[in-house]
Design a protein around this ligand. Structure first.
Ligand code: ZN
Length: 403
């Protein structure tokens, strides 16, 4: 038995933890009601305001201190510990991937809830409130202060801007000793690796002209195609995993016109910041060379406007780090088989700063995330099993006072 297993076992046997677990059970329907209420407040990318306002009030109603909203829209509140002011951040993201106008009405079928965003990550917002109520009702004390956060901008082009801002500007940022993002239901897959990414939108522009009469003029599509082929030829390591993709292309005027613009969007990723930088440098050189080649081959001039539209840092919490071992022990104690995985989540930011960080789950099951058919199962036993695992992880990392 490792020290971490012993810590988790001690927490799980503590009368206050047992009381907290009982409160989670008693309040399960309230938690489900909170999930539904929050899910039905739309939170499209860059438009999280309404949900943030509602969540801010909920944090206030839960008796937290220093309840506040920051400049980028994150909402948060502090549960004071008995220690010296070191902080554990427990976060869930407010935003969904779904655009404004998406029908977010929750449909309930038995124990299943269907709605866009219900599992990723709205359930976690409600579950973190349930954790708070359970901790308070049970009189649980932790050494660390726990900063509960509903953050903006986790998904897509949101680019982790909420958590990035938190670590750059929060008054207590120097005191943050750990970070747990509760993101999506499944608790067995613990994310210890943060895949970094750089995303570009490159716009190639030229004079354009008649496809026949102006033949011999530079063509932005030729330059774009050259750049795409160049990226395709870049060799990347499998370990640390590194990938590239030309994912979206657009442009052109008419079938009988040399285009004025051609646009491509590119997604570069790596588990290693150094490999990501190498790939990034190679890509920028490829674009330059492709433009030069086209300008050398034909009349006129094209330009490439390279716009960075996504920039997520890579990072890793070692699987042997105490925070990872505590989470694995808490998950195993509920009978799950934990695994450590790579993904791109809010935890990337603290990981890249060397702060122990993980993505853990909100409990229960779910599926079809990022689709209109997204669902979760709120069946009570499976839900509570996962919630107990995550609550035990939070309490272990926050150093709960045990009997
Ligand atoms: Zn998510």
């Amino acid at each position: 038995m490792t020290a971490e297993h012993a810590t988790i076992a001690q927490i799980r046997l503590d009368p206050r933890f047992l009381r907290a677990a009982a409160v989670l059970r008693e309040e399960h329907e309230r938690t489900v009601a909170d999930i539904i209420r929050l899910t039905e407040i739309p939170a499209p990318p860059f438009q999280e305001e309404r949900r943030a306002a509602a969540y801010l009030e909920m944090l206030r109603d839960h008796g937290l201190e220093e309840v506040a909203q920051d400049e980028v829209g994150n909402v948060m509140g502090l549960r004071r510990g008995f220690g010296n002011g070191d902080v554990l951040v427990v976060a869930a993201h407010l935003d969904t991937v779904f655009p404004a106008g998406t029908d977010v009405t929750v449909r309930r079928e038995g124990t299943k809830l269907f709605a866009p965003g219900v599992g990723d990550d709205t359930r976690s917002l409600a579950v973190n409130l349930a954790f708070l109520r359970a901790m308070d009702a049970a009189g649980i004390r932790t050494r660390h202060d726990i900063l509960f956060v509903g953050d903006v901008g986790e998904e897509g082009l949101g680019d982790l801007r909420g958590i990035r801002h938190l670590f750059a500007h929060h008054p207590k940022r120097e005191r943050i000793r750990g970070f747990l993002t509760v993101d999506s239901p499944d608790v067995d897959r613990i994310v210890t690796g943060g895949i970094g990414s750089r995303r570009y939108r490159v716009t190639f522009r030229g004079p354009g002209g008649h496809s026949f009469a102006a033949f011999g003029l530079v063509n932005p599509v030729y330059a774009m195609a050259e750049a795409a082929r160049g990226l395709a030829a870049v060799k990347v390591p499998r370990e640390p995993v590194t990938t590239h993709c030309v994912s979206v292309i657009a442009g052109g005027t008419s079938i009988n016109a040399i285009p004025e613009t051609a646009v491509m969007e590119v997604d570069l990723r790596s588990a290693s910041e150094a490999e990501l930088k190498r790939l990034d440098d190679a890509f920028l050189r490829i674009v330059k060379d492709a433009v030069a080649a086209e300008n050398g081959a034909r009349e006129g001039t094209i330009t490439a406007d390279v716009k960075l539209v996504g920039d997520r840092p890579a990072g890793h919490t070692p699987n042997g780090a105490p925070i990872a071992k505590l989470a694995a022990a808490a998950v195993a104690a509920e009978g799950y088989v934990p695994s450590f995985e790579w993904s791109s989540t809010d935890a990337n930011v603290p990981m890249s700063l060397g702060i122990p960080a993980l993505r853990i789950g909100s409990g229960g099951r779910g599926g079809r995330a990022h689709s209109l058919e997204e669902w979760i199962d709120v069946e009570i036993e499976e839900s509570l099993r996962g919630m107990r695992a995550s609550l035990a992880t939070i309490l272990a990392v926050a150093e709960m006072e045990t009997a």
